[in-house]
Design a protein around this ligand. Sequence first.
Ligand SMILES: [Zn+2]
Ligand SMILES: [Zn+2]
Length: 101
Amino acid sequence: MADEQKIKIILTGTCFCGNLKYQLHLKSKDDARTSLCHCSSCKKAFGGAFGLTIKVPLEAFRYREGKPTLHMGNNGGPKLYREFCHRCGSYICEYGVRNPP
Ligand SMILES: [Zn+2]
Ligand SMILES: [Zn+2]
């Protein structure tokens, strides 16, 4: 597409043990937004009073190495997927069912 923005920021990360390696391909720093979530699902995933997450477009996230363990649940609504490292237990990402276009 002619008006599609180019990827300008590439961030890399791993789980605690290094089994999972991932990258974020962002078009702008505004594509990443820090969020403190107090929903019951985040509290359980993080084992605390809230979850600390970075919200990014789903298509910006990709694994470079390793295969995550998938947990499917819900948050009192549509399905919610969370991915973890099966070796070290690091919680990597969460995403929901996409809204119909
Ligand atoms: Zn790991
Ligand atoms: Zn939450």
